[in-house]
Ligand binder design. Structure first.
Ligand code: HEC
Length: 182
């Protein structure tokens, strides 16, 4: 027992040292993880991929934004969503998709102004016709409106010399979005 009493202060000191070392190590690891996370969150931490002068950087960003093909990939997706939203009588979601198709094409024209002529009729007549059907929640009119809109897509493809991009009514759903139970 006496031995234990003699060594007690030393053992206590050892315990404190071990506890301190463990705490220090954990802190260092945590800081390492946090600085990795900061780097990932802030692109400023590392030199970015945009090189050269400001003008050169803008040109890189411009080409990364791409042309009308990007617009059309989005429009193709949204047309499918619009179609099934109409089939589901999910009017709000369908109207949302019409607005996004409109925005995507307008932004696409900013990047590729030579498409503006062909887009005008689509934006001013074809899309508003679909919008009107959706606003009226016109279930009977929707099927016809979908066919008309599909034909409008095809008309522009013909005018823009890509007639082999023949748009059909979609067969398969692309997302899990459905009409919410009401
Ligand atoms: C302003 C004319 C115009 C309208 C309106 C239009 N398209 Fe297009 N679409 C194009 C052009 C041009 C291309 C070829 C893209 C390119 O060469 O940059 C294209 C290509 C596509 C592609 C292929 C995209 C790819 O690169 O994989 C899809 C899908 C598409 N369109 C769907 C549609 C659908 C669906 C509609 C109707 C809701 C529609 N388009 C309306 C002009 C139009």
């Amino acid at each position: 027992m006496k031995i234990l009493r003699d060594w007690a202060p030393l053992l206590a000191l050892l315990a404190v040292v071990i506890a301190l070392a463990t705490w220090w190590d954990a802190r260092r690891r945590f800081e390492g993880l946090r600085s990795q996370a900061d780097e990932a969150a802030s692109p400023r931490a590392e030199p970015g991929w945009l090189k050269g002068t400001t003008d050169e950087k803008f040109l890189r960003v411009e080409s990364q934004l791409r042309g009308f093909d990007k617009t059309m990939v989005e429009v193709g997706y949204r047309f499918t969503e619009l179609y099934f939203a109409g089939k589901d009588r999910n009017w709000e979601y369908a109207e949302y998709q019409v607005e996004k198709i409109d925005a995507a094409i307008r932004l696409g024209i900013e990047r590729r102004p030579k498409r503006a002529g062909s887009a005008r009729y689509f934006l001013e007549e074809d899309l508003p016709a679909m919008r009107a059907i959706l606003e009226r929640h016109d279930a009977a009119g929707f099927d016809k409106a979908a066919v008309s809109l599909r034909q409008a897509c095809v008309r522009c493809h013909v005018r823009e010399n890509v007639p082999y991009f023949a748009v059909q009514l979609p067969e398969r759903r692309l997302t899990p979005i459905r009409r919410a139970p009401r």
